[in-house]
Design a protein around this ligand. Sequence first.
Ligand SMILES: Cc1cc2nc3c(=O)[nH]c(=O)nc-3n(C[C@H](O)[C@H](O)[C@H](O)COP(=O)(O)OP(=O)(O)OC[C@H]3O[C@@H](n4cnc5c(N)ncnc54)[C@H](O)[C@@H]3O)c2cc1C
Length: 495
Amino acid sequence: MTSAPTFPPASPHASGHVVVIGGGIAGLAAARLLARGGVRVTVLEGSPRVGGKLQVSEVGGLPVDEGAEAMLARRPEALDLVRELGHGDDLVNPGTTSSAILSHGALRRLPSGQVMGVPSDLRALASAQVLSPAGLARVPLDLVLPETRRGADVSVADFIGARMGREVVDRLVEPLLGGVYAGRAERLSFEATLPAVATAARGHRSLINAVRGIRAAAPADPGPVFATLPGGLGTLPHLVAADVEAAGGAVRTGATVRELRRTPDGWRLTVGSARDPERVDADAVVVAVPAAPAARLLSEEVPAAARELARIDYASMAIVTLVYPATAFPRLPRGSGYLVPAVEGRDVKAVTFSSVKWPHLRDRAPELLAVRCSIGRYGEEHALQRSDEELTAAAMTELAVTARVAELPVETRVTRWGGGLPQYDVGHADRVARVRAAVAAQPGLAVAGAAYDGLGIPACVASARAAATRVLDHLGGRGELRHGSDGEARREAGG
Ligand SMILES: Cc1cc2nc3c(=O)[nH]c(=O)nc-3n(C[C@H](O)[C@H](O)[C@H](O)COP(=O)(O)OP(=O)(O)OC[C@H]3O[C@@H](n4cnc5c(N)ncnc54)[C@H](O)[C@@H]3O)c2cc1C
């Protein structure tokens, strides 16, 4: 156990009832801050369990995450949350972050000097042998090409392809981005998915030099890149939910919100089945669900936001977890896993050797080796239209071909994430700005979650903090703000 919980900077007179729609990490983190800020909070989660994309279960007796498995440790928000919950000392880091990329049929080390696949060290790039000779020869043209003009936004493929050639996109950047978004470089926004590179590229004609600038500015010893909890990251939502309840809040599961309407004083939610609906009144609401349900919920009262949200696409994927006897591997993997570019034409897009990446898993069962294989990219939904057995067979084939695994796993599990990952397409940041502007015009309404400013857990927690602060500010000043009949917020004399 570490430091005592810190509390949000609540508005001095915040009170009232806040409903948080969605019990994923964003909704729960927002609820926790609201409850700690002194308001009555109810989380309404539609599914039978909290956590959303954070979920853990045992395979072969090991707790292996079904969804997210690693928190970025270079942003503070998620680790701060764990510390505030009193579990800072439990955090564990990867034993290795060295990972590989499958290129031209063989595993190659990721070249050093790259940032999200964008290379800066040409010698390291050459020795990594990820690119063909022609692809490699194209990269240094970036140093002499005139500036690549771009407007407000551009796709990852268009910008990086113009600077460094298509192979860098196909064999380095897209697979690395694919690990986050399961998306395609032709559609993904350069500004929204590679913000550090996009910002640096504004200050340099050459992209190589821009990435060199990022690397030079990075601290010499930045510490571990990732962290998790020994029982799996899927335990985190339960810790947060318990903290919400300890602070007097309520967390309800199996409570799908179907409608959100404004009332003269706040909001009314319709919860549950159409046949037996329940009405819940709230002074303020945080909508912390993916874009499609958020669009449906906001369609009546904030149609401008709903229209924008409805246009955010999602990628579907499946995680196949296989636990093998360690002896099944003729050579124990030394890296944390590998990525497979779409151009390789394989079913599996990424492999994580969980027992190598996370020493706590290996220590728990040294005789076993847990592996997670991801299948499915944006636009490849057909790859998922197969039975669990077929997906497991595809994962086993991948491991047989690449790691020469010759034995059967002791246990397997298939987890499907239909619409699991939002696609930050070109124009995403502007779209989010329009959503936020429309939501900001509604007193006592906030949005949070992966659809907006980052889908990693730290970004989701940051969006929760911003939503909770907005709601607490609203409730602190309430009495002065009333909804007008035209839907605009009005300041009434004497409150
Ligand atoms: C397979 C996979 C692996 C990932 N790996 C990582 C990783 O290693 N590291 C990382 O940082 N991120 C990772 N991510 C991304 C990250 O996990 C998610 O972006 C994040 O957890 C989303 O949190 P959220 O609270 O915004 O949404 P969600 O987790 O989607 O939660 C939203 C909740 O709202 C509920 N809901 C929806 N509609 C309604 C309604 N009408 N009424 C009530 N409830 C409703 C849903 O049931 C759900 O529980 C991964 C994602 C996936 C799918």
